[in-house]
Design a binder for this molecule. Sequence first.
Ligand SMILES: C[S@@+](CC[C@H](N)C(=O)[O-])C[C@H]1O[C@@H](n2cnc3c(N)ncnc32)[C@H](O)[C@@H]1O
Length: 280
Amino acid sequence: MQALLKQIHQERGLSFSAYKPSFLERRFAARMRARDCADYAAYGQLLRREPEEYTQLLNALTINLTHFFRDASTFQAIEERILPALLHTRAAERRLRIWSAGCATGEEPYSIAILLAERLGPALAHWQLDILATDVEPATLEQARAGTYNDFSFKNVAPRYQPWVERYFTPAPQRQLDHKIRAMVSFQHHDLAQDPLPNNLDLILCRNVLIYFDRQQQHRLYQAFHSALLPEGFLILGKTEMLPLSWGQHFAAFDMREHIYTRVAHTLQQSPSPIAGRSL
Ligand SMILES: C[S@@+](CC[C@H](N)C(=O)[O-])C[C@H]1O[C@@H](n2cnc3c(N)ncnc32)[C@H](O)[C@@H]1O
């Protein structure tokens, strides 16, 4: 598998060495079964012969399942506690910088944009809101930019958000998102395993992404998130992802149940990591 990972890195510049071996094994096994390859070497040869297999492999390695307002209780905390706090602390400069890391097809950052549009109402025009949304998989970013969604993306939308679905989208089956909300989010390609991070952020959502990474890379990213956040900035992880207790000095639990943390003000000892503190 190491040789295959090296080949993928050489041919495509993609680094999956940060991912958990058990996760990679399962995903490669699925593609190898599908393409009738007996071992990693045979699959490596297939990738050379048929580079279009890379699309399938990337799909398998980056599960991009997501929904609008996924985890209603988390969105309720964002709506009722985090955004009001941020809008209050940034009231003087009227500027917010938000990053959705591993945004898949865009439902998460667009949900945040809708919350902000609803909360600010006509005052929206007086704020500079930078919502950056990134993912490693180009195909998901293309879908996100198109802003058209089928029923699957609205699975499990809580009743409290249903009226906003009606307000901001054209009717089913192919729902198109309002162009004003689309204009609030900018999508960029970004690989959390190797690219520099944006900085001066008020809020980072990195939900259901770190599960793919091994412990060392997770710690590297926690440190990078800490450097990327402004004092009093927030970090939100997925429902299955918890910041290890050892990070307690650097992040305070804002809402333990929702895995929402705030940055503790002091500066971390900078590591030699090339990503800390640099902009996209
Ligand atoms: C399950 S989705 C999460 C989507 C959204 N954050 C949510 O919670 O609904 C995971 C996303 O992480 C992305 N991803 C995986 N590895 C990544 C990496 N190294 N850098 C950036 N994004 C990555 C995948 O492409 C996928 O779109």
